[in-house]
Each structure stands twice: as structure tokens, then as C-alpha cells.
Ligand binder design. Structure first.
Ligand code: ZN
Ligand code: ZN
Length: 272
């Protein structure tokens, strides 16, 4: 199983000289089954750069609706139009989108805003299916590939947001999405082979308003509690040095394999 970091940055660019990390997205290749964790703007170009075809992505798991995580209209439109404009195109492959339950319902209004001429529908060439995710619920993506979702606090607790645990025969991947400090993250990442954890807040920043992000020390604390084997810190602004971020992770008591994720990273996960 291969995990490719397509986007390890945040919602903005240009805030720092030289910082050019893409917004969130991780592509997972499980024996040829392609799963996307978060779907930010232009992600199909990064999928292509990684040597894959976005037409082959079969499962898109979205943690929450913030635009840096969920550029879904563009992805859906591209899947359909590529098929319309390309004879023999194979992008008609089925593709399911997994979202927190309230966001599945609300997506209809967004789709109608984008495509009022469709009367709420899609296209014969490509019709997505939507799967509603609930707290502590497991869905089967494919044989021996299970996704469990956990509600997490984000957007002052007003945004339906989730973290994920993906279980495969090769190992377990956990992904925080955007989240404040909570037990659900450690539960999702329990004994995981790889935990991809956000740390949008800077070193030392205390989230007193409870907006719902982690600082590096909190990410390390959750990693320690989860006993995950590998930790990759993502969704950083680039304002803190990676070495300083890792120092915080160590200070929190996590002593496993840890690093700050970078766009283009590839993580191989296989049972020993
Ligand atoms: Zn967010
Ligand atoms: Zn975000």
C-alpha cells in the first residue's frame, strides 16, 4: 500500500515567501484501488503528476466542507467532461464520495448553484454516489478496505467534521482532517501504521477560542496516546521550522517515527 502526499499545506499561499505547499489531499493506492483523502482544488493535476489517472479514483473521503478540503464540484465536473470530450474514456468508472452526513444533504444546494441546468442531476457519462458518514460508523469501501469515521471538533464545533481510520490488509492509516484536541483522534489512530495529523496552529498557540486546530505539541500528545508507529504532521502554515515542530512532538512524549509531511512524500505500508 502506497500513500502519496498531494497536499500538505493550508487554505492559502503567498503568506510566506517561498511557501508553496498545496492544500490537503492524500492519494492511497491499495493494490490498485485508488482512495483519495480530501479533495482540494486542482487535485487532479497532482494525481496526474504522481503518475495516476484521476478517472481511476474510486473513493473520495472528505473530512469536512471547508473549501481547502472539498473542491468537489470541480472534481465531479472534470470526471464527467473528460468522458464527454474523450472517446473511449474510462472515467465512467464508478466513484463514491464519503462525507459527514449533514454535508451530503447540503451538497445538493451547492450542486444546484453550480449546475442549475441539470435540475439536481449529474450526467449519464458520470454520476457520483454519495455515502453519509456518522460518528463511530464503519463503511466498506472494497473487500478488506474499511473506513471508520469519528466526529471531531472544528469550526467552533459548528462544522460537521470527521477524522478517518482506514483499515486494509496491509495496515492501518489514520487521518485527522482538521480537528481540535479530542479523544476521537487517538481512537482513530490507535496502533495505526501511519497517522497523518494536522497541526495548523503554531508552536505554543493555545486554541482558547476552541476554533479547532492542533499545535505541534498537541499532535505529539495524541500520537503518543494512540501508539501509532509513524506520524506525519500536515496542514502546517510553514511559519515554524520542521525541526522545531518535531522538537515539540518529542517533548510531548512521542518517540516513534515522526516527520513533517511535504508535498510529494510517498509512504509505503506493508505488513512485515
Ligand atoms: Zn477546516
Ligand atoms: Zn483545513
Amino acid at each position: 500500500m502506497k500513500v502519496i502526499a498531494l497536499g500538505t499545506g493550508i487554505c492559502a499561499n503567498g503568506h510566506l515567501e517561498g511557501a508553496r505547499m498545496w492544500p490537503p489531499g492524500f492519494l492511497i493506492d491499495v493494490d490498485g484501488t485508488l482512495i483519495l483523502l480530501d479533495c482540494s482544488e486542482g487535485i487532479r493535476y497532482r494525481i496526474a503528476d504522481a503518475g495516476y489517472d484521476y478517472g481511476d479514483v474510486a473513493h473520495v473521503c472528505v473530512t469536512h466542507g471547508h473549501p481547502d478540503h472539498a473542491a468537489l464540484p470541480q472534481f465531479i465536473q472534470a470526471k464527467a467532461c473528460r468522458c464527454i470530450f474523450g472517446a473511449g474514456c474510462r472515467v465512467a468508472n464508478p466513484c463514491a464520495f464519503y462525507l459527514p452526513r449533514p454535508l451530503v444533504d447540503r451538497f445538493r444546494a451547492l450542486w444546484d448553484w453550480c449546475q442549475p441546468e441539470n435540475d439536481g442531476g449529474y450526467w449519464n457519462e458520470f454520476t457520483p454516489t454519495f455515502v453519509s458518514l456518522d460518528d463511530h460508523a464503519t463503511v466498506t469501501l472494497e473487500k478488506e478496505i474499511l473506513l471508520t469515521s469519528y466526529s471531531v471538533p472544528h469550526g467552533f464545533g459548528r462544522h460537521p467534521a470527521m477524522c478517518f481510520r482506514l483499515e486494509t490488509k496491509h495496515g492501518v492509516i489514520a487521518y485527522s482532517g482538521d480537528s481540535g484536541f479530542c479523544d476521537a483522534l487517538a481512537e482513530a489512530a490507535h496502533d495505526a501504521d501511519l497517522f497523518i495529523c494536522e497541526s495548523e496552529n503554531r508552536i505554543g498557540y493555545e486554541d482558547v477560542t476552541k476554533y479547532g486546530h492542533l499545535n505541534p505539541r498537541e499532535a505529539g500528545e495524541i500520537a503518543k496516546r494512540s501508539r501509532c508507529r509513524r506520524l506525519r504532521i500536515t496542514h502546517t502554515t510553514g511559519q515554524d521550522e520542521p525541526a522545531a515542530i518535531l522538537h515539540e512532538v518529542r517533548e510531548a512524549g512521542y518517540h516513534g517515527d515522526a516527520a513533517v509531511a511535504r508535498d510529494g512524500d510517498i509512504y509505503i505500508i506493508e505488513k512485515p
